[in-house]
Design a protein around this ligand. Structure first.
Ligand code: PLP
Length: 374
């Protein structure tokens, strides 16, 4: 791209109040934007326990097929197999796992049916696969079934892709219903647990006992997993295919031993974090109730709560005002969310206090009702 064209694009984004900048994290604010939902990545006690034992390399210096399959990652994959009852493959990130699984397993002869609000990494894989794809309305199982009815006979190879909890909406998919449709229409099912791992222990599919019904269970670890990397839970056959055919798996330096030792440490401890999970659930319920009392509308049903404002300028203004009053919060705009649905995304974590959420809601209500935009 020529410099002039780049400048034009950036100027246009500024005119739309949609120019992105990096701002250093202000640690003095109350953080309503952390995805470390049960604060595993920040827990001093856990860190102390971990570092007492950890004397680990900070680089793997090699891809998984060479020196990158060190002890810690092999032990981690073995434990994944024991816990989930299927093979585990460790990827370097959720983005690369999602994107790579789709483009490695599906091609121009496949049909990909995807929830319209699925993550950018899923769309990245879809585009790269060259497959035909159809979006179904967000979480609308009737629409999904309509698409399946129309296409089942036309394609040999169909995959349906959904997330469990949606990052920008806080909505939750009906996993039982997806599995039911799979039984009826015989498609592959790929599920992304980025925002439910940790929050539901080993994830929603594990909690509902549905892991064996899902062909690709993707578990990114950068959120409730308190770490980095991703697990792909799948069949032995598919695992072999990944090891032999996934470019992201084969041609990338493996994450360092220290990260996968931490992943293993948290995996073993996951059942013990029930207090944090309970606290997060209570906070979510409390927050949804006080929002309703203040007549602030949200469609969210989980620990992620989105308040749709619509207008970019107003969303930026409200987020800025809340920041000035002590809360770390961001306005989310297109293309992360559809045009004209700019919003405040509040992600709760188990260390927050009810009084903080009460104070936040009172302020939010005032700012939303104010006529000011800047
Ligand atoms: C639903 C979903 N899937 C995948 C990813 C990517 O995961 P990672 O940050 O590990 O690359 C994200 C993170 O933004 C996400 O929200």
């Amino acid at each position: 791209m020529k410099e002039e064209a780049i400048k034009r694009v950036l100027t246009e984004l500024k005119a739309q109040n949609n120019f992105r900048k990096l701002t250093p994290l202000n640690k003095t604010l109350i953080n309503l934007s952390s995805n470390d939902y049960i604060e595993l990545g920040n827990d001093e006690n856990l860190k102390k326990q971990f570092f007492q034992k950890a004397q680990l390399k900070l680089s793997s210096s090699s891809s998984r097929l060479m020196n990158g399959s060190y002890d810690e990652v092999i032990r981690l994959e073995k434990r994944l197999q024991e816990i989930y009852g299927k093979e585990g493959v460790v990827f370097n990130s959720g983005f690369s796992a999602n994107s790579s699984i789709i483009k490695t397993f599906y091609n121009k002869n496949s049909l990909i049916i995807t929830d319209q609000f699925n993550h950018a990494s899923i769309y990245d894989g879809i585009k790269a696969s060259g497959a035909k794809f159809v979006r179904y309305h967000h979480l609308d199982m009737n629409h999904l079934e309509e698409i399946l009815k129309k296409n089942r006979e036309k394609y040999d190879d169909i995959v349906v892709i959904s997330e469990t909890i949606y990052s920008m909406d806080g909505t939750i998919c009906d996993l039982h219903q997806l599995v039911q449709l799979k039984k009826q229409y015989h498609f592959d099912l790929m599920i992304d647990e980025a925002h439910s791992y940790g929050v539901y222990g080993y994830g929603l599919a594990h909690k509902l006992n549905l892991v064996d019904k899902i062909d690709f269970l993707i578990i990114p670890l950068g959120k409730g997993g308190g770490s980095v990397g991703a697990y792909v839970i799948t069949t032995p056959l598919f695992k072999d295919y990944i090891i032999n055919k996934s470019y992201e798996f084969i041609y990338s330096t493996a994450n360092p031993p220290i990260n996968n030792a931490w992943n293993l440490f948290l995996l073993e401890k996951m059942p013990t974090f029930s207090e944090q999970r309970k606290k997060l659930q209570e906070l979510s319920k409390f927050f949804l109730e006080i929002l309703e009392k203040h007549q602030i509308h949200t469609n969210s049903k989980s620990h992620i709560i989105s308040i749709i404002i619509g207008d970019n300028q107003k969303a930026t203004f409200v987020a800025e005002q809340l920041k000035q009053n002590g809360f770390q919060i961001y306005a989310i705009k297109e293309p992360t969310v559809p045009k004209n649905t700019s919003r405040l995304r509040i992600s709760l974590n188990s260390t927050l206090q009810k009084e903080e959420l009460l104070h936040f809601t009172q302020l939010l209500s005032k700012k939303l009702n104010s006529k000011e935009k800047k």
